[in-house]
Design a binder for this molecule. Structure first.
Ligand SMILES: *Cc1c(COP(=O)(O)O)cnc(C)c1O
Length: 397
C-alpha cells in the first residue's frame, strides 16, 4: 500500500508540474478561515449552521446535514434507509471504493451491475435483472459529474419499491432537465473532499427527504445522543463522530459563492479538450484510432473530470506507459477507477471483474486528464499534443 510520502511523490513531483486537479482558494477564503480561528469557536457551530442553511436553499428547501467526509455521509444515508445485514444494494463497479465499502460496512451486500460504455455510469437497463427479494436500494454514481438517467432511475425505484442513495460525490452543480442534482429525489450524498468541484478540504453533505430523517442524521453523526444539557444526557443508538467543523464550513460557504465561475471555466476547458484532441488526432493521421472521449454534454455535467478511454488493443503499450510519458512531459493524470471487483477484499468474497465486462475494460483503460478552474487554455493544447504524440508513438495502425 502506498504511504503518504509515496502518494505525495506521485502527485506533486517536478516543477512545473500540472496535477490532474487542484482546488482554488482566494484571499477572501483565507481571511474567512482566519476569522473563524480567531472567533473562539472552531468546531461545529454557527458557520456549520449557516452552511447547512445555505445548502438547503441551494437544494430548493430540502433538509441538508453535513458530515466529516463523503464516506461518512453515504454510510449515514444507508443507516437512514434502514439498510443492514442480509440486505442487497445495487451499485456500479466503476467508482471510488468508498461506494461499495460503505455497503459492506453496514453489513449489506453490494450487487455490481455493469456500466454503459458511453456514459461509464451504471447501465440502468441491466438493473431489473439484478433485483432479488433482498434488494433494498440502488446506489448509482454520477461519474465525473455526468448524471445517470434520473427519470429511469426513479421509475425503477417506484416500480420495485427501492430506496435510492445517490452517490453524487462528484456531481455538485450537475443537473438533470434543468433541476439541480440533489434538489429532487431520495437521499443524495455529496463529498467536499479536496479534489471535488466544491471543497471544504474534507467533508460531505446529505440531502434528505424530511426533518425526521435530518434529526436521525444528527444523532448518527454524534454518538447517538438524544439529549445533552442541564437535564443530563442519553444515548439510544450507536452513532459515530462524523461532524463537520466550522473551519471546513466557512471554506464551503466561500466556495459556494464562486461555484458558478468555477463551473463556467470547467465548461470552457472541456470544450477546448474536445476540439484540441480531435484536431490533433486528425493532423497526426490517427482518425482510425478509437480514443473514447466523454459524453459531450455541456448542460447537465459539472465537468468534475475529463476522462478518455485508451484504445489499448490498438496500442503497443499499456496505460501505465502512457501515464509515465505524460508525467515526463509535466502532466499529471489519474485513474478513476479500476473495477472495484478486482480488489482483493472483493475477489476474496467471490466477485469477478469479468462478470461486468464493460467495467473490466473501461477500468483497465480509462485515464483522467487534468481539469480544474485555474488551468490555462494553453495547458489543454499542450496536453492534447502530449497524449496524441504518445498514441502516435505506440499506434499499431
Ligand atoms: C470522493 C468520493 C467519495 C467519498 O468521499 P470522501 O469525502 O473522500 O469520503 C465517494 N464516492 C465517490 C464517487 C467519490 O468521488
Amino acid at each position: 500500500m502506498p504511504n503518504l510520502s509515496e502518494l505525495l511523490n506521485l502527485y506533486m513531483s517536478s516543477e512545473p508540474f500540472l496535477p490532474f486537479t487542484r482546488p482554488s482558494f482566494d484571499q477572501e477564503t483565507i481571511d474567512a478561515v482566519a476569522a473563524v480561528l480567531r472567533s473562539g469557536w472552531v468546531t461545529s457551530g454557527p458557520k456549520l449552521l449557516e452552511f447547512e442553511t445555505t445548502l438547503s436553499e441551494y437544494f430548493h428547501g430540502r433538509p441538508v446535514r453535513c458530515f466529516a467526509n463523503g464516506t461518512a455521509t453515504m454510510r449515514i444515508a444507508l443507516q437512514i434507509a434502514g439498510i443492514g445485514i442480509g440486505d442487497e444494494v445495487i451499485t456500479t463497479p466503476i467508482s471510488w471504493v468508498a461506494t461499495s465499502n460503505v455497503i459492506l460496512g453496514v453489513g449489506a451486500k453490494p450487487i455490481f451491475v455493469d456500466i454503459d460504455a458511453v456514459t461509464r455510469n451504471i447501465d440502468l437497463n441491466k438493473v431489473s435483472a439484478a433485483i432479488t427479494p433482498k434488494t433494498r436500494a440502488i446506489m448509482p454514481v454520477h461519474l465525473a459529474g455526468l448524471p445517470v438517467d434520473m427519470d429511469q432511475l426513479y421509475a425503477l425505484s417506484k416500480q420495485n419499491n427501492l430506496r435510492i442513495i445517490e452517490d453524487a460525490a462528484q456531481a455538485f452543480g450537475s443537473q438533470w432537465k434543468g433541476e439541480r442534482i440533489g434538489s429532487f429525489g431520495d437521499l443524495v450524498s455529496f463529498s467536499f473532499q479536496a479534489n471535488k468541484n466544491l471543497t471544504t478540504i474534507e467533508g460531505g453533505c446529505l440531502v434528505l427527504n424530511n426533518i425526521n430523517e435530518a434529526k436521525f442524521a444528527e444523532k448518527l453523526r454524534l454518538q447517538g445522543l438524544t439529549r445533552q444539557g442541564m437535564d443530563g444526557m442519553d444515548v439510544d443508538i450507536l452513532g459515530g463522530k462524523d461532524n463537520l467543523t466550522d473551519i471546513n464550513a466557512v471554506i464551503g460557504l466561500q466556495q459556494l459563492k464562486k461555484l458558478s465561475t468555477y463551473q463556467a471555466r470547467r465548461v470552457v476547458l472541456a470544450r477546448r479538450y474536445f476540439n484540441a484532441i480531435r484536431e490533433k488526432l486528425k493532423s497526426t493521421g490517427l482518425h482510425n484510432l478509437h480514443l473514447e472521449l466523454p459524453v459531450e454534454n455541456f448542460i447537465d455535467s459539472n465537468w468534475h473530470m475529463f476522462q478518455v478511454v485508451l484504445p489499448l488493443e490498438q496500442l503497443n503499450c499499456d496505460r501505465a506507459q502512457v501515464m509515465t510519458e505524460l508525467k515526463d512531459l509535466g502532466i499529471g493524470t489519474g485513474v478513476h477507477y479500476p473495477a472495484i471487483t478486482g480488489f482483493t477484499l472483493y475477489k476474496d468474497q467471490g466477485y469477478k471483474t469479468l462478470d461486468t465486462p464493460v467495467a473490466e475494460r473501461i477500468g483497465r483503460s480509462i485515464l483522467t486528464l487534468p481539469l480544474f478552474p485555474d488551468m490555462a487554455d494553453e495547458d489543454i493544447d499542450r496536453i492534447a499534443s502530449g497524449i496524441v504524440g504518445i498514441l502516435k508513438k505506440y499506434s499499431k495502425i
